[in-house]
Design a protein around this ligand. Structure first.
Ligand SMILES: CC(=O)SCCNC(=O)CCNC(=O)[C@H](O)C(C)(C)COP(=O)(O)OP(=O)(O)OC[C@H]1O[C@@H](n2cnc3c(N)ncnc32)[C@H](O)[C@@H]1OP(=O)(O)O
Ligand SMILES: CC(C)C(=O)C(=O)O
Length: 563
């Protein structure tokens, strides 16, 4: 038993609904989105947005394709009121976009709200009052009938004021605020009391918004609550059923998704989940979750970084580096096995020709949201050969053979362990090139040519051994094999070429070849690499590098024998 004060809390009562249907439903289309960044998001900020920040957010939301945007709580403050007036008066509301404004169910606030929307082509007036057992008791001191009357009275006034403003098409949204703490039969009763006032029809629907004002249970319970309302509300065809999840338990995204499976038509949320306490549901995550399932998210998120910059500027709050789809680190693998799988995934993708994105550990293609592959693999002490090989290939064009990749990654690992940090891409390149590529030492091949023809063909090598010029030669085979045999003869040591690979190495200065060899000098195995504008010379440089990297004693022996 822990010493935590569990006795202060009671479990949330589950909903008895053995025939619940949502668990076997699949989301096949995006819900109607409503951004509440400029209201619920804004009301939770340390420094609420002024005109400049509100306008920047507004334009970002329009660019993303939101068609319903809650633009404020105009009766709350002059800046909120002024912003609503500004976008109406300046003609900033596109024809296909509907603004939404929130108000408590209090006469003076509703009247002020209507002043704010005067002249708008269309507006959703969003009326709310708290309905939970707790709020009824401690905030309002009213019974169910008293609370229902607040809502009905508010709806009557909205209807009356809307009738006096025929130039504006007014829709009503009603929220039984704190719905998750409200008995379902009462939530139904109060919603239907509002409907009785508003008299919605299938062509003039009411929006009933069922908020998880405070997230109080596991998301499946919220889904049960939504399905119960979906199945039991009267005139369902005259209702847009909306949800507005908060994230107190960290499961707002799951709650919203299950709620949509349970019958919700519409979701209210904010960019990256800004909002009261732990925030509103994150609409970007919801939308990209849909995209990752092949469902059109009906929002444009081609540059998630730009959207994040807007959110951070407007909210003056940072987005976490691990935030889904947008965080600085979410497309980055540090750990070896992930890197290996990602590298192989990219290769399979390149070679497979399928349009489907299937790369382990990357649920979506970072490029689809404007992120690059730049940071997909970063290297520290948790990384393996796959990561190092990926960096050398992706960033520098070297396609290392497996054994060499293992060796290089061990050197990189030692560096990472020593510094206890990340090894930057430039350092990885430096470690590799310094140790393996055109490695200086006693042996250097300066020229190669083929002499003779047919059976008499020989390879002639001009080499420097400890600075002294020599001409070596050997018959037949590839230049690499011939050099190994010429060196063997001169040094009196068995030299075998175990591996040899080469590929074009695109460089800004012109195309080069990169070659890799593994040679055995006596019993010692050594890797080397070479680069050169001439393919044969690249391979011969690789042999020389491998030799120069071999044990000093062997090198000395070669030098002595050749002198
Ligand atoms: C869960 C949500 O996010 S809901 C939205 C919440 N957002 C905000 O509150 C941000 C903006 N709000 C504000 O700036 C202020 O609350 C205002 C300007 C709207 C109103 O301010 P005030 O008049 O000072 O009242 P306050 O908000 O403290 O409300 C308290 C009174 O309103 C009543 N009340 C609260 N909500 C509602 C409601 N939805 N409908 C009717 N009455 C309500 C309370 O019972 C209380 O009544 P009492 O004074 O008789 O005890
Ligand atoms: C007004 C309502 C919808 C709200 O913001 C909430 O319940 O969180």
């Amino acid at each position: 038993m822990s010493t935590m004060p569990v006795h202060k809390y009671k479990p949330f009562q589950p909903i008895h609904m053995p025939d619940r249907r949502w668990p076997s439903r699949v989301i096949e289309r995006a819900p109607r989105w409503c951004s509440v960044d400029l209201r619920d998001g804004n009301q939770a900020l340390v420094e609420p947005m002024g005109l400049e920040r509100k306008l920047r957010m507004w334009h970002e939301l329009l660019r993303m394709g939101f068609k319903e945007i809650e633009v404020g709580f105009p009766s709350a403050s002059q800046p909120d009121f002024d912003f609503v007036r500004w976008i109406i008066d300046q003609g900033l509301v596109p024809d296909d976009v509907t603004i939404q404004v929130l108000t408590q169910a209090r006469a003076e606030l509703i009247e002020r709200t209507f002043e704010a929307i005067r002249g708008a082509r269309r507006a959703i007036v969003h009326l709310y009052n708290s309905t939970s057992t707790l709020q009824r008791r401690v905030v309002f001191g009213l019974d169910r009938a008293g609370i229902a009357e607040i809502a009905a009275r508010g709806a009557r006034l909205v209807k009356e004021l809307a009738a006096r403003m025929p130039e504006t098409e007014v829709a009503l949204e009603y929220s039984p605020e704190s719905f998750t703490g409200t008995e379902l039969d009462f939530a139904k009763e109060i919603c239907e009391a509002v409907m009785d006032v508003w008299e919605p029809t299938p062509s003039r629907k009411i929006i009933l918004n069922l908020p998880a004002t405070v997230e109080m249970s596991t998301p499946n319970v919220y889904a049960d609550q939504i399905e119960w309302m979906h199945r039991n509300l009267k005139q369902r065809d005259s209702i847009v059923l909306s949800v507005h999840p908060h994230n107190d338990r960290g499961t707002a995204v799951a709650a919203a998704e299950l709620a949509v499976m349970a019958g919700a038509d519409r979701v209210e949320g904010t960019l990256f989940g800004n909002g009261e306490r732990t925030g509103n549901v994150d609409v970007v995550t919801l939308a990209l979750n849909l995209m990752s399932q092949g469902v059109d998210p009906e929002l444009e998120i081609h540059d998630v970084q730009a959207i994040k910059e807007t959110a951070e500027h407007c909210n003056r709050l940072p987005v976490h580096p691990r935030h889904p789809y947008v965080g600085e680190l979410v497309y980055t693998a540090f750990s070896g096995s992930h890197q290996d799988a990602i590298k192989k995934g990219f290769k399979a993708l390149r070679e497979g020709g399928s349009p489907l994105w299937e790369v382990p550990y990357l649920p979506i293609d970072p490029q689809d949201v404007g992120r690059s592959y730049e940071a997909v693999i970063r290297v520290n002490s948790q990384s393996g050969k796959g990561g190092v090989a990926y960096v050398l290939e992706h960033d520098h064009g070297y396609v290392l053979p497996r054994g060499l990749a293992v060796e290089v990654s061990q050197a990189v690992q030692r560096r990472a362990e020593r510094t206890e940090g990340e090894v930057q891409k430039a350092e990885i390149l430096a470690i590799f090139e310094r140790e393996y590529v055109n490695r200086a030492g006693p042996l250097r091949v300066t020229r190669h040519r083929r002499v003779g023809q047919g059976a008499d063909e020989r390879h002639e090598f001009h080499v420097q051994i400890r600075g002294a010029a020599h001409v070596l030669s050997a018959a037949g085979g590839s230049p690499v094999e011939a050099l190994a045999s010429a060196l063997s003869r001169h040094a009196g040591i068995a030299i075998a070429v175990d591996e040899h690979a080469a590929h074009a190495l695109p460089r800004s200065a012109g195309d080069e070849t990169a070659a890799y060899v593994a040679i055995s000098v006596g019993r010692k195995r050594s890797f080397g690499a070479g680069t050169h504008g001439d393919a044969d010379m690249a391979s011969l440089a690789a042999v020389a590098s491998a030799w120069n990297r071999a044990r000093p004693a062997d090198a000395a022996q070669l030098a002595a024998a050749a002198e």
